[in-house]
Design a protein around this ligand. Structure first.
Ligand code: NAD
Length: 414
């Protein structure tokens, strides 16, 4: 028995019935105990998550950390009485916090992920799990070693549509899947680039902990535009593949139980609005997966006609899943999932429509904190989806096909 398995064994033996649980509790929560939560990064997404978490029964939001005073003030308006910090380490010092939600910019994810686990707290970590491949490896290992409940903010892992797709695939009615097509499209008024946010007047060096934002990136004078619009620059972001492909590749990987891609290619560029951004707005990605499968994803910021979706193409049937801005054929809007048999191989089979209800992703995390079971988006899918999107970005930035082995050997570049 290794030192770690021996430690786990002794810990589990001491916990009695908890020996059968996926994750041992840091402290045993009674049915009436509140789960005490902290948050790191309470901007756009963080404020949505704040409202989601305080709506879950039995939760108390204790404090938040954000480097910008405006966001701390906004959070206090949404949750009066919370404590606020401009340094996440002060929040993590608090022994009375059980669990932490991280919704900071991508280039700070790994630090917040690792520090939260080191502080012995359960974790909800926004996607993409990390900014780079070495960070993804490090976070996966730390999460496995920690025994903490880690939910990644890939909320479509809790969707009813994914449960429907998995069931149809498991039942064998899709047959051999050799190709998945996926896409994601948006548009903006002329002259206004996707994601560009105005800089608030109070975004000044006095109100921002700038060195904490830089998080080890080369030092430079305060730059409010980059702080607010971090998504547009490689140093802080991975562009639309880390913003949106990550959700869809995680969905496809879970539907089909896929391992890591064997290789990726990605073409595209800054075509829609040449507004100084570095990350491409027009993208075509191809992933080669082991065992005879190609997955493609295309994305534009200049046309939203086809919304977003995936088509799983099998020898015995097709699964179509999407969120439509508008469906030309039926005039439908919103999310749908349906199955159509390939008549050549299933001549008498009927078409199906998925009806499974979504689970609430935040409530699923809270439930797992109490039961110590594995959540719907565990660290493994956070890792696999992060690896895939980073392979795509490496292929784009090097203008070449990148294999998994090559991607693992490339040092990350700002
Ligand atoms: N799951 C989803 O559907 C979804 C949707 C949108 C965004 N996101 C993810 O949420 C994250 C945040 O995105 P956003 O749009 O809210 O960005 P944002 O810029 O609006 O918010 C980030 C917040 O983090 C703060 N911050 C920056 N550095 C920090 C540090 N070192 N310590 C503490 N706070 C720090 C900023 O002041 C800001 O308030 C991103 O990773 C993004 O991909 C997920």
């Amino acid at each position: 028995m290794t030192a770690k398995t021996r430690r786990d064994f002794l810990q589990q033996a001491a916990l009695g019935t908890a020996a059968f649980l996926a994750y041992p509790p840091a402290k045993v929560l009674g049915a009436n105990d509140r789960v005490r939560v902290g948050m790191i990064g309470v901007g756009n997404r963080g404020q949505d998550l704040l409202q989601e978490v305080v709506a879950v029964r039995g939760v108390q939001l204790v404090g938040i950390a954000d480097i910008y005073s405006r966001q701390r003030d906004e959070a206090k308006k949404l949750a009066p009485g919370i404590e606020t910090f401009d340094d996440h380490r002060r929040l993590l010092d608090r022994k009375d916090i059980d669990a932490v939600i991280v919704a900071s910019p991508l280039h700070t994810h790994a630090r917040h992920f690792l520090d939260t686990l080191s502080a012995g707290k359960d974790l909800y970590a926004e996607k993409t799990m990390t900014w780079s491949i070495p960070e993804a490896e490090q976070c996966l290992a730390a999460a496995k070693d920690s025994g903490r409940v880690v939910q990644i903010g890939l909320q479509f892992q809790s969707s009813g549509a994914l449960a429907d797709a998995r069931r149809w695939i498991r039942d064998g009615i899709v047959g051999k899947v050799t190709q998945v097509e996926s896409w994601m499209s948006r548009n903006t008024p002329h002259g206004q680039g996707q994601w560009v946010r105005p800089v608030p007047r109070d975004c000044t060096p006095q109100n921002v902990n700038w060195s904490a934002f830089l998080n080890g990136r080369p030092d430079r004078p305060f730059d409010a535009y980059r702080l607010i619009n971090w998504r547009l620059f490689w140093e802080f972001s991975g562009g639309n593949v880390t913003e949106n492909l990550v959700h869809q590749i995680a969905w496809t990987m879970t539907a089909l139980d896929l391992p890591l891609p064997a290789a990726a290619t990605m073409s595209g560029g800054v075509f829609s609005e040449k507004d100084g951004r570095e990350v491409p707005d027009t993208i075509a990605v191809t992933f080669d997966f082991p065992d005879d499968l190609v997955v493609t994803w295309q994305s534009t910021f200049s046309n939203r006609h086809y919304g977003l979706g995936e088509r799983i193409l099998g020898s015995d049937g097709t699964i179509e899943h999407g969120w439509l801005e508008s469906d030309m054929v039926n005039g439908e809007e919103g999310e749908f999932i349906r199955y159509s048999p390939e008549k050549i191989n299933r001549p008498h089979a009927a078409a199906l429509t998925g009806k499974t209800k979504d689970q609430d992703h935040m409530s699923n995390w809270m439930e797992c904190i109490r039961t110590r079971k594995a959540p719907n988006a565990p660290v493994e899918i956070g890792y696999r989806s992060a690896m895939a999107v980073h392979m795509a970005n490496l292929a784009y930035r090097r203008r070449q096909r990148i294999t998994l082995e090559e991607a693992k050997a490339i040092a990350p570049q700002f």
